[in-house]
Ligand binder design. Structure first.
Ligand code: NAD
Ligand code: HSE
Length: 353
């Protein structure tokens, strides 16, 4: 049995949910997956940072109601979030990056990932910024240092779109994809169909943990744009940057637009898509589309996401599942760690007797 020491960077909804899962399921994972997780460090901009080489008790971390700078009260703790020291010096095998997504330059998360990889630690992240903006460089750092950079949760939270498309559909020849890639905007459109106004629907999505810290990225399409970049670059071999993708969100849709669509047996959905052109180039787009009720994506409701992959050998293959949510996204981190474990990384971790 293997123990992976992990350092959590960011202790908001997702990493807190991972900590809850560790508290509840470490024994089950030990039995079924062959490893358990031991939290040796946490750093959060609001709470501060703490290193504990022997491990922090996951249940205590979740149950304690820490205030601002609260990690300073813990042994080995500080009221400041010293991410660089934590990432570089904590005795961690894996750094779990779940700070906020910066859609512009991906920082500071790009640096967090780089510091970890450069010091020989695997990185698992749900943060779209570093993946959309710096994946090639970060993958190169990972390769040079003999570690892995994994990011299944960056698109569709725990629903395994990236591994499914890359591994299970290998050889099916992907030509393009279209999908609903933002849980918040899909949830908001659904609530507006029930008559709720836009601002109240966004507030509900924030309460449910779907929305970004600043929901502008959700409702203006920037979040989907990052996801289209990630999928197009990863699955279609493109080299797109966010600014290469035309982008329009749902904030311009009014209750009367929604009602009008319903009267015409259709619904508005925010669609992210990319297609490989005849000359081999790839074009991506993000925009609201009015879909007839018979369209396969029209029935995808709430924070659920769906992506229809257009393949040469199978035609359309559609994957549907949660696209947001704390536990759902924490599961993506677990799936990344399973991938690291399966790849034989256990040699870098402590082998328990
Ligand atoms: N919640 C979801 O459904 C979901 C789904 C997929 C991906 N994601 C992504 O996962 C990441 C985490 O999401 P979340 O819902 O936990 O967000 P959150 O806002 O609940 O938590 C983010 C945490 O990071 C901390 N933080 C911000 N900047 C920091 C910094 N520089 N150093 C240390 N800590 C910092 C904040 O204090 C906060 O506690 C985001 O990038 C988000 O886009 C979230
Ligand atoms: N805010 C994002 C989280 C998942 O990336 C959404 O609503 O889809």
């Amino acid at each position: 049995m293997t123990i992976y020491n992990i350092a959590l960077i960011g202790f908001g909804g997702v990493n807190r949910a991972l900590t809850e899962l560790i508290a509840a399921k470490n024994q089950l994972w030990e039995r079924d997956l062959g490893f358990r997780l031991n939290i040796v460090a946490v750093s959060d901009l609001y709470l501060g940072s703490v290193i504990s080489p022997n491990g922090l008790d996951a249940k205590t971390l979740v149950d304690a109601k820490f205030e601002k700078g609260g990690f300073g009260q813990l042994s080995g703790g500080s009221a400041e979030a010293d991410n660089e020291t934590i990432i570089k010096t904590a005795p961690a095998d894996i750094v779990v990056e779940a700070t906020y997504t910066n859609p512009n330059d991906g920082e500071p998360a790009v640096s967090h990932c780089r510091w970890a990889l450069e010091t020989g630690k695997h990185v698992v992240t749900t943060n779209k910024g570093p993946v959309a903006i710096a994946a090639p460089a970060l993958k190169a750092f990972a390769k040079t240092n003999g570690v892995r950079f994994e990011y299944e949760g960056a698109v569709m939270s725990g629903t395994p779109i990236i591994r499914m498309a890359e591994r299970t559909l290998a050889g099916a020849e992907l030509k393009g994809f279209e999908g609903i890639l933002n849980g918040t905007s899909n949830f908001v459109l659904g609530r507006m169909e029930s008559g709720l106004d836009f601002a109240s629907a966004v507030k509900e999505a924030q309460k449910l943990g779907y929305a970004e810290a600043d929901p502008t990225a959700d409702v203006e399409g920037f979040d989907v744009r990052l996801k289209v970049v990630i999928l197009a670059n990863e699955l279609l071999g493109a080299n797109l940057k966010p600014e290469d993708i035309s982008c329009k969100g749902v904030s311009g849709l009014s209750l009367s637009d929604i009602e009008e669509a319903a009267k015409a047996n259709s619904r508005w959905k925010l669609i992210g898509a990319a297609v490989r052109n005849d000359d081999g180039s790839v074009t991506g787009s993000v925009s609201p589309k009015r879909l007839g009720l018979d369209h396969p994506l029209a029935g995808v409701n709430g924070a659920t996401n769906a992506v229809s992959l257009d393949t040469e050998l199978l035609g359309a293959v559609t994957i549907t599942g949660p696209g947001a949510g704390r536990i759902e996204t924490a599961y993506a981190l677990l799936s990344d760690i399973v991938a690291i474990h399966s790849a034989g990384a256990s040699s870098t971790a402590k082998e328990a007797a």
